[in-house]
Design a protein around this ligand. Structure first.
Ligand code: ADE
Length: 256
């Protein structure tokens, strides 16, 4: 696994990336040299007089298709020796944490942002290594999905988010949703922070957080829990200790 991952974004709208890549976690990661991101305008590889990048679909229909020549030239000019070419499309596999971990192992991702009806099929079959969707809905282009992909992967690079283990406990890292968080004040709108979090008993806090993670996942994303399964001690906690549907916080501990 390489230390610094490089993203090369192929797009017809490079301006869409300017602000997002400069701010927050991604901006800091780039400034620290932990991730390397470059945007490329596919149009600059177009060789005709009008700098065209799309054309009518053979067979008819109203939509336009991204022409193969500029796009293939862009891919071939940006792809490095071990580069991995990704096409953002609603037809791809839906992005999840496991996919992000796998993609994080690449030294370079060349990310194609599809527009119009999509890319010419010959580019897809000959030059694309993987197709990725960010969900079962259709956006007008692959630019926002590319940003989602880049942020998801970058957060897994050591040093990009908080301390070394900062992404270890968060939602999806262990196929569970994250436990609730509280900060001061100890009481807000009649609800107190659960006593256990104030107890200083680290073992009890860990156990409480784990139980809340299980409970949240069971209620909001039973599909995740089904896939992951439960250890026997977890089933005992979930089913025996307290009513499953009621978190110690959802019930709110009213102040006396
Ligand atoms: N382009 C349009 N919709 C998309 C989606 N859901 N995921 C990835 N790329 C897309």
């Amino acid at each position: 696994m390489s230390d610094v991952i490089r993203f090369d974004i192929l797009t017809l709208f490079p301006e869409m990336f300017v602000g997002t890549l400069q701010h927050g976690v991604l901006g800091r990661a780039r400034a620290a040299g932990l991730v390397d991101v470059a945007t490329h305008d596919i149009r600059s590889w177009s060789t005709d007089r009008n700098k065209s990048v799309d054309d009518y679909a053979f067979g008819g229909g109203s939509g336009m298709v991204m022409k193969p020549e500029p796009l293939s030239a862009a891919i071939e000019s940006c792809r490095q020796e071990h580069g991995w070419v990704v096409l953002m499309t609603p037809q791809g596999g839906v992005l999840n944490h496991a996919m992000a971990l796998e993609l994080r192992r690449k030294s370079q991702l060349v990310i194609i942002c599809g527009r119009y009806e999509g890319v010419d099929e010959r580019v897809r079959t000959q030059l694309v290594d993987e197709q990725i969707s960010i969900g079962d809905y259709v956006l007008t282009g692959g630019e926002l999905p590319a940003l989602v992909l880049i942020e998801t992967i970058s957060r897994l690079v050591p040093g990009v988010v908080g301390g070394h283990n900062a992404t270890v406990n968060e939602s999806h890292s262990n196929s569970l949703l994250e436990h609730p968080h509280f900060t001061r004040p100890r009481e807000f709108r009649g609800c107190r922070v659960p006593e256990v979090l104030l107890s200083g008993d680290h073992l009890a806090i860990r156990r409480w957080r784990h139980l809340e993670s299980l409970r949240r996942t069971l209620l909001a994303r039973p599909d995740l829990l089904k896939r992951r399964g439960l250890e026997s001690v977890e089933s005992e906690w979930l089913w025996n200790e307290e009513p499953v549907a009621m978190s110690t916080f959802d019930g709110c501990q009213p102040s006396v």
